[in-house]
Design a protein. Structure first.
Length: 465
């Protein structure tokens, strides 16, 4: 791969641009941001004479690089080229950081992370869990099976030695002592624990055990908001090894029937008390409702998606099939409930993270584009434009405790930046109007971004032959 695609200049000045302050929610007009060695060197009024590259920012807005806090890099070795193409698509869409939530090609992910940081590969900065932790019979290939507390501790130590940034749990069923052992071991290595909540324990038990970032609001906040959470859990446990286990749709239907506003308030209060985060993943729920209703072949983004991942999205060949009308209606109600949780968590003080669940087998989650869909859905759910922007900028930085070096456009901070054509504080959809991206010290102007898209389209076309 020929690098750099864009000019990696010694001194880059983005001149006469409005800088968005993601702490105060203000636009600071007519600023010139000086970047040197991948960091913001200064913010001044005019470009210095020694600037190697001057970018015209007049009429444009500069925001910190965007984070997608829930993606997957997976699909087996045959999908490695597909995922490689996705890296370019993230950058082309202003996503300069992703949190990779577990897959089956971890060695590749770790290698790409190193290459990106060394400037040898185009892509977003990668934060990865490595393989997921799951039960003795994992749901996904590549996961580490865990049957008891000691295996849980060993698995966390293995992830640490691999270089994982955090621990992703994916248990449908787990004994409380096993979860506590995983969380305690992760705490030793300063690795956050994020992931799904098991269906046999209460949400409170799992948060207090150590899961501090829950995924998928539409499911697991429902789980913690029903009148008798333990009753539903007992029914799940009773049928778990029977000929008719409780499927996910049946389970969510039961949760909807048992929904209790008082329990919802108690749940959200508990999340606040435990300083827990939540990654709602609204966009994947919205896209899932369209499966079987439209094919996406005429979607302008389809041309960028390589063959293996596209096949995994297509309900005719992938694992996620078109639902019945009854199930689709249920899922629509669950999706709406997920949206309703958002302002309630905001009001209570639960910090929210933008994550899409983009990846192999998650239907029609277009890399990069879906992050803009996600933060727009946050706005639709009731957040302000400013609050929605924070879910993809400063909030992820706070989650990883990187505030001293990342997250705002300020002197000595990492210069991962996105220049857009409209003010996101006025309309969050303006984040998608991208005219320039800086990632890892390299500036990609509009022509460079179009070149990245062109390369991705060619790679996708070749994969389909």
């Amino acid at each position: 791969m020929q690098l750099p695609i864009a000019l990696a200049a010694a001194v880059i000045a983005i001149q006469d641009v409005s800088v968005i302050d993601v702490i105060k929610g203000k636009a600071m007009p007519a600023k010139t941001v000086i970047v040197k060695d991948g960091k913001v060197a200064d913010i001044v009024g005019r470009a210095p004479r020694n600037a190697t590259l001057v970018v015209d920012g007049k009429g444009k807005f500069l925001i910190p690089g965007l984070w997608d806090m829930h993606v997957h890099i997976r699909g087996g070795v045959e999908s490695i080229p597909d995922n490689e193409t996705f890296l370019k698509l993230y950058v082309a869409n202003g996503v300069t950081y992703v949190r990779e939530m577990g897959g089956d090609i971890p060695e590749t992910v770790f290698a790409w992370r190193k290459e990106i940081e060394e400037g040898k590969r185009t892509g977003p900065h990668l934060f990865t869990s490595g393989p997921k932790l799951d039960g003795p019979k994992p749901s996904w290939p590549g996961s580490i099976p865990v049957a008891n507390a000691e295996e849980g501790r060993q698995a966390v130590r293995k992830l640490h030695l691999m270089g994982a940034d955090f621990v992703k749990v994916y248990f449908d069923y787990i004994e409380a002592p096993v979860l506590r052992a995983i969380a305690e071991e992760a705490e030793k290595w300063k690795m956050p624990v994020a992931g799904h909540f098991a269906r046999n324990l209460t949400i409170r038990e799992q948060v207090e055990a150590g899961i501090r970032d829950g995924q998928h609001a539409r499911f697991y906040l429902l789980q913690g908001s029903c009148t008798d959470e333990r009753y539903v859990a007992r029914e799940f446990i009773k049928r778990r090894n029977s000929e008719k286990p409780m499927g996910f749709d049946e389970w969510t239907k039961k949760l909807m029937e048992e929904f209790n506003p008082a329990q919802e308030r108690s749940l959200i209060g508990m999340l606040v008390d435990n300083k827990a985060w939540f990654t709602p993943t609204l966009a994947v729920g919205a896209a899932g409702l369209t499966v079987g209703m439209r094919t996406y072949h005429d979607d302008p983004r389809a041309k960028y998606i390589p063959a293996n991942i596209w096949k995994s999205w297509d309900p005719a060949s992938g694992i996620r099939k078109a639902p019945s009308d009854e199930v689709r209606s249920l899922r629509a109600l669950v999706q709406r409930k997920g949206l309703e949780f958002i302002p309630k968590m905001r009001d209570a003080g639960v910090p929210l993270l933008a994550g899409t669940d983009t990846g192999f087998a998650n239907n029609y989650m277009f890399p990069g584009w879906s992050l803009h869909d996600e933060i727009s859905l946050m706005r639709e759910a009731g957040l302000t434009n400013f609050e929605a922007l924070q879910t993809a900028t400063i909030n992820p930085v706070r989650y990883f405790k990187l505030e001293k070096t990342h997250g705002t456009i300020a002197r000595d901070k990492a210069a991962d930046l996105v220049m857009i054509d409209g003010n996101p504080l006025v309309d969050i959809r303006n984040t998608a109007k991208i005219s320039g991206v800086m990632v890892n010290g390299k500036w990609y102007g509009k022509a460079d971004l179009d070149k990245l898209l062109g390369e991705a389209a060619r790679e996708a076309a070749i994969s389909r032959k």
